[in-house]
Design a protein around this ligand. Structure first.
Ligand code: ATP
Ligand code: MG
Length: 333
């Protein structure tokens, strides 16, 4: 890519946003590296969009500071920050062609026409829409429109691209397709992406790091693998993936359903627990089995569909087995 900006790291320091007395964002501290794909993940109302809007400059910061490459941008208006933005419902201009939509920010900045043409051509190639340059947005599929929106946001080589649920309107299959394209584009442009979603699979498959948000604050930050393998709290363990919670003495452990094995009950030292199969649900790639343990707990187990066919049926007595390291001790037990 040409004229790639060398900037793009962000420092978020003790940032809060109050609406009246309500803290929509509460004491957020975060360092985002240049070129990182960082995802804000959290339930509805957890403050994801509010935090993104403060980074964009559309909302004032009530407390704290946000810096770009070490210099505060708290007082810089949104249009001077030069951040790219792709929001759901941040629509394309319907009367303009794909080419005009993508080049819009450069036209507004009064760049020379040759430069705009060259840059838009690069963007069309990046999002693989060379053959669609002269169409209007209404003549494109949802996924193609999202790629135009992305090209438009990246056209002026912003140091930071902010994306708020950009794929929310797409159906599952198209969504996965555009996710892959987006990830590929991220690798090629080297721009810092800050991506908001409440789709956990999307977060796991695309991000360098994920920030789990809860009630306006950061619950946990880490790589997808860190967060999935070592959730620190019940909230993290149940928001990212599914989890059983097992109490031992004073402690609580998270145990992922796919890390448990089942066999017909035979006791034995290796059995961690045993019980009766309450239900079996078929999901195509796996089956989810709920076991009522003899201790009165309910444990969910995900196993391959082709395994243990005859031993596993509703009402069957089973042993549950897992490795020591599968049970992760939580800090909020
Ligand atoms: N302008 C506003 N005035 C008052 N409260 C607001 C305002 N904007 C957001 N809020 C509140 O702040 C909280 C965080 O909202 P935000 O839009 O950041 O959530 P979100 O994590 O993006 O949720 P979603 O996944 O539903 O988009 C919510 O409780 C919301 O009602
Ligand atoms: Mg939101």
């Amino acid at each position: 890519m040409t004229d790639l900006s060398s900037t793009g790291s962000l420092q978020i320091r003790d940032v809060s946003k109050l609406f009246g007395a309500f803290r929509a964002v509460n004491g957020v501290n975060l360092d985002i590296q240049k070129g990182e794909f960082l995802t804000l993940l959290g339930p509805s109302g957890s403050g994801k969009t509010t935090l993104l809007m403060m980074i964009a400059g559309f909302l004032d910061i009530t407390e704290g500071d946000i810096a770009l490459d070490g210099s505060s941008i708290a007082g810089v208006p949104a249009e001077k920050r030069n951040f790219g933005m792709v929001f759901q419902g941040y629509a394309l201009f319907p009367h303009m062609s794909v080419r005009e939509n993508i080049g819009y920010a450069l036209s507004v900045r009064k760049r020379p026409p040759e430069e705009i043409t060259r840059r838009v051509d690069e963007m069309l190639e990046l999002v693989q829409l060379e053959d669609f340059a002269d169409r209007k947005p209404g003549q494109l599929s949802g996924g193609q429109q999202q790629r135009v929106a992305l090209a438009r946001a990246l056209c002026f080589a912003p140091p930071v691209l902010l994306l708020d649920e950009p794929l929310g309107a797409l159906d599952k299959k198209l969504r996965v397709e555009v996710q892959e394209q987006l990830k590929d584009i991220h690798k090629r442009v080297g721009t810092t992406f800050i991506y908001v979603t409440h789709d956990q699979e999307e977060a796991l498959s695309m991000s360098d790091r994920i920030v789990i948000m809860r009630d306006g604050a950061i619950e946990q930050v880490g790589t997808p693998r860190d967060l999935y393998e070592r959730p620190a709290t019940k909230f993290s363990a149940s928001f990212l993936g599914k989890s059983n919670f097992i109490r031992k003495g004073e402690k609580t452990f998270a145990l992922r359903p796919e890390k448990i094995d089942l066999r017909r009950e035979q006791g034995g030292k290796d059995a961690r627990s045993s019980g009766i199969i309450q239900s079996i649900t078929y999901f195509g790639s796996m089956q989810r089995i709920i076991v009522d343990t003899h201790d009165g707990d309910e444990i969910e187990v995900d196993i391959d569909v082709w395994r243990n066919q005859e031993a596993l049926s509703e009402g069957a007595p089973v042993d549950l087995l897992w490795q020591d390291e599968a049970a992760v001790e939580l800090t909020d037990s």
